[in-house]
Write a protein that binds this ligand. Structure first.
Ligand SMILES: Cc1ncc(COP(=O)(O)O)c(C=O)c1O
Length: 393
């Protein structure tokens, strides 16, 4: 009899692909530090990857004006043409904004859509290790397999090794420069080499350039757009979250060839429908303020990065100075279990960092801090980390 059946949903009924996606270590550390703060413990929070400053006032004003003006409907799934045009001008690329730029709901959905567009379940994607935690989850949630390639801090890779790793089910390579978590920037010649490799093997190169405006003195960023014929096998992903401190607006974008743009647009149609309209108009205002924003990044982030590098050296912390992005990537003694280490640091010193293992197998024995926080927080946190390291080992 039907009434005797236990129809309660069981874990084995859930999607195997989605079940593989474990809660990110970043989220766990963040939740624990929130719990500590609710209990009145002041936590130095280095774990969350977002700027601590607000968007420029004119962006906030424009947002309020658009909302009050009733700009609250759907837009075309690929975004308003004013924004797509402004994006192609900002990137200085010879692309057709009508057919080659898609506005996505954050850069994350842009990456998702690009991978979705080229992968069938069972295919695999090359992820440079260490890399942003979400790439692995995106690939796995689509029923595909992440293949990690250990890279040098200068993104050098062994071509033979990479060739051995790929097979006829390899569809894409994801590169992120400036890199979250290492802060390193791929030199132009290595980007060219990676793109040539993708062309040679018919792979899509996904270039996640979300930190392209965070580049520190004496370093230079090369966009995929600088590589000849880049759009044949390449897609640029970027957004407004980091450059303009607009994380909650949920506006990102992809730039690529028409064929792939059409597929990415399909993902927009069947998921978010479109990015929020007032966010898209605010993003147009943001791009008009890019010079002011660059100045702000210089004024706020350059001294923080300088302080982090200087203090780390004084305190004997093993940091490779970041060339870009907003992260410090610190090495711990070999075979340190980074998740256990970070949990102990949080418990003992109330400092929250992200364990390196969250960024791929090669991330073990390392941790990441986000230095988009006030200078006194950087000083306080690094001092506590150094004390903890001395007592831990
Ligand atoms: C490397 C990298 N790519 C993409 C994103 C996605 O940003 P958003 O979806 O907010 O545009 C992030 C956010 O943390 C990131 O670190």
């Amino acid at each position: 009899m039907i009434s005797n059946l236990n129809l309660k949903l069981k874990p084995e009924k859930l999607s195997a692909n989605l079940s593989k996606v474990v809660g990110s270590v970043t989220a766990e550390i963040f939740a624990e530090s929130k719990r500590m703060m609710r209990n009145g413990i002041p936590v130095v929070n280095f774990a969350i990857g977002q700027p601590d400053f607000l968007p420029l006032p004119q962006i906030l004003d424009a947002t309020a004006d658009y909302v009050k003006g009733g700009y609250v409907q759907y837009t075309e799934s690929k975004g308003i043409i004013e924004l797509r045009t402004a994006i192609s001008e900002y990137y200085r690329v010879q692309v057709n904004p009508e057919t080659q730029v898609v506005v996505t709901t954050g850069g994350k959905l842009g990456i998702f859509a690009a991978i979705w567009a080229v992968c069938n379940p069972g295919d695999n994607v090359i992820i440079l290790d260490p890399s942003w935690v979400s790439y692995q989850s995106i690939v796995e949630s689509l029923g595909c397999v992440p293949k990690f390639v250990r890279i040098g801090t200068d993104f050098s890779f062994n071509e033979d090794g990479l060739e051995r790793l790929i097979d006829d089910r390899t569809k894409a390579v994801i590169v992120n420069s400036p890199c979250n978590p290492t802060g390193q920037i791929i030199p132009r010649q290595n980007l060219q080499k990676l793109y040539d490799f993708c062309i040679q093997h018919g792979l899509l190169l996904v270039s996640d350039e979300i930190y392209n405006e965070y580049v520190y003195p004496d370093n230079q960023f090369t966009s995929l757009a600088a590589i000849k014929n880049w759009e044949d096998n390449g897609v640029i992903v970027n957004g407004f979250s980091k450059t303009f401190a607009m994380t909650g607006y949920r506006v990102g974008y992809t730039i690529t060839n028409e064929l792939l743009s059409k597929e990415i647009n399909k993902v927009m149609q069947l998921t978010a429908s479109c990015a929020p309209i007032f966010s898209q108009y605010a993003a147009v205002t943001a791009l008009k303020s890019i010079d002011e924003m660059r100045k702000k990044i210089q004024e706020v982030m350059f001294p923080r990065r300088h302080l982090m590098v200087k203090l780390s050296s004084e305190l004997g912390l093993d940091l490779q100075p970041p060339q870009g992005a907003m992260y410090g990537w610190f090495m711990l003694p070999d075979s340190t279990d980074s998740a256990k280490w970070a949990a102990a640091l949080l418990k003992e010193k109330a400092v929250s960092v992200t364990p390196g293992i969250g960024f791929g197998p090669h991330g073990e024995s390392a941790f990441r801090i986000c230095f988009a926080v006030p200078e006194d927080t950087i000083a306080d946190g690094l001092t506590k980390i150094s004390q903890f390291i001395q007592s831990f080992h």
